[in-house]
Write a protein that binds this ligand. Structure first.
Ligand code: SAM
Length: 429
């Protein structure tokens, strides 16, 4: 289906400041369908040859979800004047990060910036939806849409000559695509190149620069989403980590390919954040948590029995079935073999290290299962010099960064290091 509309024939004077973009609800469907049907006779936008109905489109509408493949409407003065939807580009898992978007604007509001605003928001929000590439399928003769997409960094990624027949005329199809954020080795488009001072002067900064900004950007967006308040509440009860770190764990678990391994689950804060991410990914992913148990004195989170409270909390948050809990120490041979057994042929796409000071030891135990580019969340990187955990943790992380096995992408919360595993490309460590 080629659903692209943003023609030129327009009329209405409206400032886009008056416009809001929100998630569509079913009562918006009549307006959505009206806008869509108005494009059918133009033969410029959609490959649909006859007008459609609300009933026919209801299942399609319900396939969307605000957290995965959203459907947004642009509203002005209480009236729906345009819409944009995301859908799977192709059904196979490997294409999960690529989404197709369609934009339609009410003919009375064309040339008012409605399509632009929708498109800008799609590009900005893509990373927080786990989307790394956007494509639009546009007829080759739909010049206004092609120009609009070009203006927002889309390039011609594909061309299918004469594949559509509209009233006896053969029409071409163009696939316009862009990465989000753009794949550029010199930093984000339009931003000045400034020298970054990090603790790692030799780190491959150019590659990481975009990704660092992307992570910050992703967090900024999650802070306005319902998941932020859900994780804030959950953190108060179950976690020692900062809510930003929990949001990143949620995001990585949602968008990663591969399984998730957590070392040092305590009473479940990070485990639950990861489980929510898996749940919202709509995909089957293994989430394995290692915890030996014991008791902890803590003003907010003290417990006499870590494992009992961990199991109870996973249950309360309805995620126990998603978590394989391995009771033991990360480095014990029986724990390592239980993790390998649980993983089977899967690899680890997210590793959360929040146990003791043996960060390098834990990485060594599971490095044969880490995917290249595996997200790494390592707590206790910073702290007072007297802190028995942070000094050796930091030394371990810095040594691996130095060897090129870890790529640093930021520091979050109070003391959490975030980055990626680059072990295969590493020099010698
Ligand atoms: C700081 S807590 C983890 C906090 C948790 N991530 C959260 O969200 O609040 C550290 C946990 O690691 C566990 N732990 C310590 N050494 C471990 C090891 N070698 N393997 C697995 N877990 C370990 C401790 O029992 C403790 O529950």
């Amino acid at each position: 289906m080629f659903r692209f509309a943003q023609h030129d024939s327009a009329v209405y004077a409206m400032s886009t400041d008056e416009m809001i973009i929100r998630d569509a609800v079913e009562t918006d469907l009549p307006a959505i369908i009206d806008i869509y049907n108005a494009t059918v006779p133009t033969r410029l936008v959609t490959a649909e040859l006859e007008p459609t109905t609300i009933e026919a489109r209801l299942p399609w509408f319900r396939e969307h979800s605000p957290h995965d493949y959203p459907f947004w409407v642009a509203e002005s003065d209480g009236r729906v004047i345009g819409w944009l939807d995301f859908k799977k580009f192709l059904p196979r898992c490997a294409y999960r990060g690529t989404a197709e978007i369609s934009v339609y604007v009410d003919e009375k509001f064309r040339r008012s910036g409605v399509g632009q605003r929708l498109l800008q928001q799609a590009i900005a929000r893509a990373p927080s939806l786990g989307i790394t590439a956007l494509v639009g399928l546009i007829f080759g003769h739909n010049e206004p849409s092609l120009k609009l997409f070009q203006r927002f960094g889309f390039e011609r990624w594909g061309f299918f000559p004469a594949v559509a027949q509209l009233d006896g005329v053969k029409r071409d199809l163009v696939v316009m695509g862009r990465h989000c954020p753009p794949r550029c080795s010199h930093g984000p488009v339009g931003r000045p190149q400034t020298a970054i001072t990090t603790p790692y002067p030799d780190a491959p900064q150019a590659r990481g620069y975009n990704e660092c900004l992307n992570l910050m950007y992703t967090l900024m967006h999650y802070r306005q989403e319902p998941i932020h308040s859900a994780l804030l509440k959950m953190r108060d009860k179950y976690s020692m980590l900062h809510v930003d770190v929990l949001l990143l764990i949620y995001h990585f678990a949602k968008s990663c390919s591969g399984s998730i391994l957590e070392i040092g689950a305590f009473v479940g804060g990070a485990t639950i954040a990861a489980a929510f991410g898996v749940r919202d990914s709509g995909r089957q992913k293994k989430l394995i948590a290692i915890e030996p148990g014991g008791s902890v004195k803590h003003k907010r989170l003290g417990t006499r029995n870590i494992l009992r409270d961990l199991e109870r909390n996973l249950d309360r948050q309805r995620v126990s079935k998603m978590v394989t809990l391995i009771k033991g120490r990360s480095f014990a041979p029986e724990t390592i073999s239980a993790v390998h057994h649980a993983l089977g042929s899967d690899e680890i796409g997210v590793l959360i290290l929040d146990a003791d000071a043996g960060k390098r030891r834990d990485i060594e135990c599971y490095r044969d299962k880490l995917t290249e580019g595996c997200w790494m969340i390592i707590d206790d990187y910073a702290g007072a010099d007297s802190n028995v955990k942070s000094a050796p943790s930091r030394a371990d992380v810095d040594a691996l960064v130095d060897a090129g096995a870890l790529e640093p992408l930021g520091f979050y919360g109070w003391s959490t290091w975030v980055g990626r595993w680059r072990g295969r490309a590493a020099r010698n460590h």
